[in-house]
Design a protein around this ligand. Structure first.
Ligand code: SF4
Length: 688
């Protein structure tokens, strides 16, 4: 068509897809997005954006957006008024709480929602209901990062800003495919490698960056701890150590040294299915670098020993003294969702109040209670996987889900659906009728990130402003407004009437955010936490003056390799890995309603040519994938990007139903599911 030259209004906001947190200019005409362009002077993306942030916006005016509340009548969800929806929720939650106690109610808050919405949601659950059973999807992705980085260094976030990648001379990229999942970071790494930095990639798949690497350790899924310990062994044996740093700023070095000495290199190589010489080469590249950077993703955390993996990786930074000093570029976890860091920062966690302050600490509870009014529950609540188990056993009666499609995205999906059906009452807030919403008793129409005011925290701990470019369609409302309305229907005033007031209240109760406000972010631009006072800048680089541990020292961890929850055997001889694609995002509920679907209309199962030949499968034929937990049918994609014996697919498409396959095994420390290792069998043909 002709170029439309009518004027647009432009709003600068933060991308609602991945955790990179690109700043975008949203151009609106006639109440709909006309175009999105990356903001040129943005500190994170510097004028760059990927095809999700830039082009995947038509979901916002899709015909099937939820625009009115729905209530269940028999088998049907039917449109209703806000008054009826709210009084149903208030009556059911109140009667369940009075009859079965507050712990019979749980909430899954949203890593897609703003900080202010998460703050309000956890305040609602802890005050109006009286339970700590709130969690967010970081449980399913980076809870091992929070636990591991806190135990090693003191705080639950990456240690250095993205810009430090511009001066690194060696990137160790582990368990991440940023070219597809975090494209703006992927491009920054690629540029740095083109400029001469060395690249070590540890990944079972041959990703784009793996194909550019000096060393690609194509380690078997589940073998991370063995690989990192082997690299530690070479660093120690060959003396690639910062001895002053280790002596002055760390503890427990000898424990690690003893452990890795007991683990032979050829044994680690066998566990990981890599060559011992490549382990040595990777260690030497990392050991000789002046400013080494570690970047990692869910290939490290989503394992039965994910927290051990994070700690074993953190050991490598400590051996080189490359964290908490100007000498190194630290360790950067690539957060998946736009605000998964912020949802945890805001206390949407069953054991932690905002700013990672423990609910078990009476002094902390008293401080919050004095501001919020009334006593707070001191017993930690349920984690997400525990919520489903408790629903099946009858202990949990009601579940309130904000902006998460747990029936699609969580592992062992058959179990999750049974749990949702077992609840007496399920409330969903969402922008579309998700698989979870289809099973709910009341569904409330929510606003998308393009219609919200607030802040997100990106993967390098930056608070960034989110501003409304559009008006929420129909009767839909922001999650902030919805939580307020539910509380009011229960006779509770949550205070903080605006998002700005919510962040101000959070800052007044949370030392690491004390210097933050909307006003300041509008005037100064993004700010990193910790940010303790309004007159000081945030802390882009952590630990320059000591680690945030009780003794001020970072802690080495001696973690032995332990096998994953399940391994291939005679009945299930292949290992399934799940991950992301460039064109789509998570459950695909947004990107599948955009033109990105023309670029990638469906999903396939990647398998190696030798396995395809063995199975008698050719490109495009349907294969049936069976695990101990469920079954799915996918078209085969024959590629050497996966190793023999391993298969890969994404979780973006409901037709693939990949999470019917994934197992209930979880990280021993945090309960994070083991999405990255499922033993499966593959049969030619279809079960459809
Ligand atoms: Fe959005 Fe992430 Fe793409 Fe940036 S890299 S535009 S934050 S999806």
């Amino acid at each position: 068509g002709l170029l439309d030259l009518r004027p647009t209004t432009t709003t600068t906001t933060t991308c609602g897809y991945c955790g990179v947190g690109c700043t975008l200019d949203v151009h609106v005409r006639d109440g709909a997005v006309a175009a999105i362009t990356p903001t040129h002077r943005a500190p994170v993306n510097r004028g760059h954006a990927c095809i999700k942030g830039r082009f995947a916006h038509t979901f916002s005016r899709a015909d099937d957006r939820l625009t009115a509340p729905l209530v269940r009548r028999g088998d049907q969800l039917v449109e209703t008024t806000w008054d009826e929806a709210l009084s149903t929720i208030a009556n059911r939650l109140t009667s369940i709480r009075d009859e079965h106690g507050p712990d019979a109610i749980a909430m899954i808050s949203s890593a897609r929602a703003t900080n202010e919405e998460n703050y309000l949601a956890q305040k609602f659950l802890r005050t109006a209901i009286g339970t700590n059973s709130i969690d967010n999807c970081s449980r399913l992705c980076h809870s091992p990062s929070a636990a591991g980085l806190t135990a090693s260094f003191g705080l639950a976030g990456g240690t250095n800003p993205l810009d430090d990648l511009d001066r690194t001379d060696c990137v160790l990229l582990a368990g991440a495919n940023p070219s597809e999942a975090h494209p703006v970071v992927g491009a920054r790494i690629k540029q740095r490698v083109m400029a001469g930095a060395r690249l070590i990639v540890i990944d079972p798949r041959r990703t784009e960056l793996a194909s550019l690497a000096d060393v690609h350790l194509q380690a078997r899924p589940g073998s991370n701890v063995a690989v990192f310990n082997a690299i530690a062994r070479v660093l120690i044996e060959e003396g690639h150590l910062d001895r002053d740093f280790i002596e002055q700023r760390t503890t427990s070095f000898n424990d690690l040294a003893q452990l890795v000495q007991e683990n032979r290199l050829d044994h680690a190589a066998e566990i990981a299915s890599v060559r011992a010489a490549d382990l040595v080469e990777a260690a030497r590249l990392f050991g000789r670098a002046q400013h080494p950077a570690i970047v990692y993703g869910l290939g490290i955390t989503e394992h039965a020993h994910g927290t051990d993996g994070v700690r074993a990786l953190a050991n490598l930074a400590l051996l080189r003294g490359s964290v908490g000093t100007p000498k190194g570029c630290g360790i950067l976890p690539l957060r998946g969702q736009n605000n998964v860091q912020g949802a945890s920062d805001m206390g949407a966690l069953p054991d932690l109040l905002p700013g990672y302050q423990p609910v078990t600490d009476a002094a902390v509870r008293d401080r919050f209670a004095a501001r919020w009014g009334g006593a707070l529950p001191g017993r930690p609540g349920l984690r997400i996987p525990q919520m489903f188990d408790a629903a099946i056993s009858g202990e949990l009666r009601a579940l309130h889900v904000i902006g998460e499609d747990v029936a699609h995205s969580d592992p062992n999906a058959n179990h999750v659906r049974s749990a949702l059906r077992a609840c007496d009452f399920v409330v969903c807030q969402d922008i579309f009728l998700s698989h979870t919403a289809e099973l709910a008793d009341v569904v409330l129409p929510a606003a998308s990130f393009l219609e919200k005011d607030g802040t997100f925290v990106n993967f390098d701990r930056r608070f960034q402003r989110v501003r409304p470019a559009l008006i929420p369609p129909g009767q839909s409302a922001t999650d902030f407004t919805i939580v307020h309305r539910i509380a009011e229907a229960m006779g509770v005033d949550l205070g903080c009437r605006t998002p700005a007031e919510a962040l101000a209240e959070c800052a007044s109760l949370t030392p690491i955010f004390a210097g933050l406000s909307h006003q300041r972010l509008d005037a100064e631009g993004p700010l990193h936490w910790p940010c303790q006072t309004p007159d000081r800048p945030g802390s882009a680089v952590l630990y320059l003056n000591g680690f945030a541990t009780p003794d001020g020292r970072a802690a080495f961890a001696a973690r032995p390799y332990l096998p994953p929850g399940e391994e291939p055997d005679a009945q299930y001889p292949y290992t399934l890995i799940t991950g992301r694609r460039l064109e789509h995002y998570n459950t695909g509920s947004m990107t599948r309603r955009t033109q990105n679907t023309e670029l990638l209309p469906g999903e396939a199962l990647e398998l190696h040519p030798s396995d395809a030949a063995h199975l008698g499968v050719v490109e495009g034929t349907d294969v049936t994938v069976t695990s101990r937990w469920g079954q799915a049918t996918l078209a085969a994609h024959v590629t050497r990007d996966v190793a023999p014996g391993q298969v890969f697919t994404s979780f973006h498409f409901p037709h693939a139903a990949v999470n019917r396959l994934t197992s209930p095994h979880t990280d021993a420390v945090t309960g994070c599911p083991e999405y990255k290792v499922t033993a499966v069998d593959i049969g030619a043909g279809t079960s459809r």
